[in-house]
Design a protein around this ligand. Sequence first.
Ligand SMILES: [Zn+2]
Ligand SMILES: [Zn+2]
Ligand SMILES: [Zn+2]
Length: 124
Amino acid sequence: MKRRKTESTDEIYSILKESKLALSHDMVQEKISNNMDRATIYRILNRFCKDKIVHKVRGDDGKQYFAFCFNCQQKTHKHNHFHFRCKNCGKVECLESEIKIDLPKNYVLENFNGVISGVCSNCT
Ligand SMILES: [Zn+2]
Ligand SMILES: [Zn+2]
Ligand SMILES: [Zn+2]
């Protein structure tokens, strides 16, 4: 029993890492080889968020997307990049460029979670 649990965690970890895109719960489930129940996948994804391995964004389609943390600040786990969702192929990716936000005086930015939708370069 214990072993299977670790295997599931490892598999989801590599799926996210290798995809380089943000994946919804359904997308992760599609890529998984064995039958893993939805609750288990959710639990693993949310634990990755807590462990600062992935970050999640909510798309303008209302779905949550989980993206592997490649270049966020590991210590604070701050995210200051936009995400792009292609309306044609459905992919969601982290955009590299950092966003500067003008906040009122003495306000401290902790997390930024933005999604832009449009059409990606593969689809134009
Ligand atoms: Zn992160
Ligand atoms: Zn596209
Ligand atoms: Zn991201």
